[in-house]
Design a protein around this ligand. Structure first.
Ligand code: COA
Length: 323
């Protein structure tokens, strides 16, 4: 019998500190109205000095584990997606495993920037379908505020911190219907963050250690690419647009999200949007949005949900699930 990956529990964590557009306007030449009109963002959360990708991951993961009514030791695979790990090694997934007291899982990180959660879901789906894992934990966790140049108005307005989690188990019922992941490394220059300690020592890049982005160009590629992945996903499942109940998109910019909704002929009432008060939390964003809509009762068991994301690399991907 086919084994599907079924979402058993969700979790999320947002740090306490709220940084508003008004506060950013005090230090860089911008305004609340400019930021809100161009991005849909009003505020974002900022991690406290003591917080790390792993500490935030633990809170989100424990929520997902509790929602799934599962014992941490039952988990046999832990994948963490992060672009802001505290350590080069060990991986954030191993730090999380230690925090959860789990001894039975394989644990590793993946780096696919803002598409990390979809990449992780795709990997987990292959492990579960092949019978190599029975219960898997996916966490996207990011402290973007520490790699943002707070003097660069083109990027500091966009990003925020947070963690989202999914606990996934093998099931005879669908489940994840399909996942689709892609990359094109040619776009390195449009969006990157070079590691300040490891980059080649003859580097002249003044922006080293910070997010560097050509926003307008990223915007155009993102809209086109996400349009194509919607077509690819529907076609792979022989599904009509009308059969999708919810769109849970990566939360980068409201105008990118609206373009994808329009492509799907979906009303914005069927789109989960969290970016107004969270900004772009990179690999955590889709998981945080999914968690919010499950917990507030919008997404119900049996409904069809399209998750999609786009990020540096470029990387992009989608997952169609029956919740
Ligand atoms: N406040 C005020 N003005 C700003 C500004 C800010 N925060 N940021 C940029 N500007 C200015 C620019 O300097 C430029 O001024 P100029 O015309 O005098 O040169 C003008 O606004 C237009 O800049 P542009 O970059 O073309 O604006 P935009 O409409 O593309 O909006 C982004 C900028 C960053 C909001 C938008 O491009 C975007 O969201 N891109 C996608 C980024 C993204 O999603 N990245 C993550 C992918 S995972």
């Amino acid at each position: 019998m086919t084994s599907y990956s079924k979402i058993l529990g969700t979790g999320g964590y947002l740090p306490e500190e709220i940084r508003t557009n008004e506060q950013i306007s005090e230090t860089v030449d911008t305004s609340d109205s400019w930021i809100f009109e161009r991005t849909g963002i009003k505020s974002r959360r900022i991690a406290a000095p003591h917080e790390t990708a792993a500490s935030m991951a633990e809170i989100a993961a424990r929520q997902a584990i509790e929602a799934a009514n599962c014992d941490p030791d039952e988990i046999d695979l832990i994948i963490v997606a992060t672009g802001t790990p505290e350590y080069v090694y060990p991986s954030t997934a191993c730090l999380l495993q230690q925090r959860l007291g789990n001894k039975n899982a394989a644990a590793f990180d993946i780096q696919a920037a803002c598409s990390g959660s979809i990449y992780a879901l795709s990997i987990v789906d292959q492990f579960i379908k092949s019978g190599s894992a029975k219960k898997a934990l996916i966490v996207g966790t990011e402290i973007c505020s520490r790699i943002v140049d707070w003097t660069d108005r083109g990027t500091c307005i966009l990003f925020g911190d947070g963690a989202g989690a999914l606990l996934i188990g093998a099931s005879n019922e669908a489940g994840v219907l399909s996942t689709h992941i892609h990359a094109d490394g040619e776009f390195e220059e449009l969006l990157y963050c070079r590691n300040s300690q490891i980059a080649s020592i003859d580097s002249q890049d003044e922006e080293i250690g910070f997010i560097n982005m050509r926003g307008n160009e990223v915007f155009k590629v993102a809209v086109n690419t996400l349009g194509r992945i919607v077509d690819e996903t529907l076609e792979a499942n022989k599904m009509a647009k009308e059969e999708i109940d919810w769109l849970v998109p990566h939360q980068a910019n409201i105008r990118i999200i609206m373009a994808t909704a329009k492509k799907l002929k979906m009303s914005m009432d069927q789109v989960v949007v969290t970016l107004e008060n969270q900004g772009n939390t990179s690999s955590a964003s889709v998981l945080l949005a999914f968690n919010e809509a499950v917990r507030d009762g919008r997404i119900k068991r049996g409904q069809v949900v399209l998750l999609e994301a786009f990020g540096a690399g470029f990387t992009w991907g989608s997952a169609l699930i029956k919740y």
